[in-house]
Design a binder for this molecule. Structure first.
Ligand code: ADP
Length: 259
């Protein structure tokens, strides 16, 4: 019979955030992982579904090498830094690329949401693949109450693509929780800011999305380029936990505080 998705029950108190971007490499997964860890560090019960099937990177970003375990018909997700994590990457062997079509992706996501035992969560993050693909539509169908967080760089072209990703929300009636601008600037030793990728992408995107959805879409924060953010990803210790004093961590913590 039809399986129930606990996060969709009318009495579910779980806030579900779908983290989207127009294109890859803008820091969507890094942002997802750090926001989740920041909330878990505050004592909230947090889970992540890594739905970025083609570019799954959440396990590595959190230093997770364990596989999920199975008890009866339930899948128990590995836990890192207090966050329960499930990823397509845990079900493929080696580093093989995943070449699935829409219906398979839909079923995989549905199974993650029904068969994985997350228990009661305060917040569930979905790391979506970049773009406006099948998964975004599946999320809208499976989790209509999910709120979208759109990650972009300050570049005008990046904001254009991100707008298309965010605009899906209007078609599906989902809420856009806000825009996060990443790689906004590089802080120079003299205190100046170098805007490597230009500026204004986040602000432009929030304006456009606000007028598309007819409601205020906030710019939740601007995250600087930060070597320690990248290093934290490479070592599997998210910057908000490993280097909370770093500029990138402060920006991420500020965003987590608004969720
Ligand atoms: P996406 O999920 O959008 O593909 P990732 O989170 O995987 O992007 O980030 C892409 C690369 O950029 C990673 O190596 C990550 O460590 C790095 N990165 C992301 N944001 C920043 C930042 N603010 N400063 C420095 N490096 C960053």
């Amino acid at each position: 019979g039809q399986r129930r998705i606990p996060f969709n029950e009318p009495d579910s108190l779980t806030k579900v955030y779908a983290v989207a971007s127009g294109k890859g490499g803008v820091g969507k997964s890094s942002v997802t992982v750090n926001l989740a860890c920041a909330l878990a560090a505050q004592g909230l019960r947090v889970g992540i579904v890594d739905a970025d099937v083609y570019g799954f990177s959440v396990p590595a970003l959190m230093g997770i090498t364990q596989k999920p375990t199975q008890v009866d018909d339930m899948i128990l997700p590995p836990v890192a830094y207090g966050v329960k994590v499930i990823s397509i990457g845990m079900f493929v062997s080696g580093n093989k690329p995943v070449a699935w079509r829409g219906p398979m992706l839909h079923r995989a996501l549905e199974q993650f949401l029904t068969d994985v035992y997350f228990g009661d969560l305060d917040a569930l993050f979905l790391d979506l693949p970049p773009g406006t693909g099948d998964i975004a539509i599946s999320v809208a169908q499976l989790l209509p109450k999910a709120e979208i967080l759109v990650v972009t760089t300050p570049q005008a072209a990046a904001a254009d693509v991100a707008e298309r990703a965010g605009a899906i929300a209007t078609q599906t009636g989902q809420t856009i929780a806000g825009v996060i601008e990443n790689m906004s600037y590089l802080e120079m030793p003299d205190g100046g800011r170098m805007e490597l990728f230009g500026s204004g992408g986040g602000a432009v995107l929030t304006e456009r999305l606000s007028s598309t959805v007819g409601a205020e879409v906030p710019l939740l924060g601007q995250i600087p380029l930060d070597i320690q953010l990248r290093e934290g990803g490479d070592t599997g210790v998210p910057i908000v936990l490993g280097r909370p004093e770093a500029a990138g961590a402060a920006a991420l913590a500020g965003i987590a505080g608004q969720l």
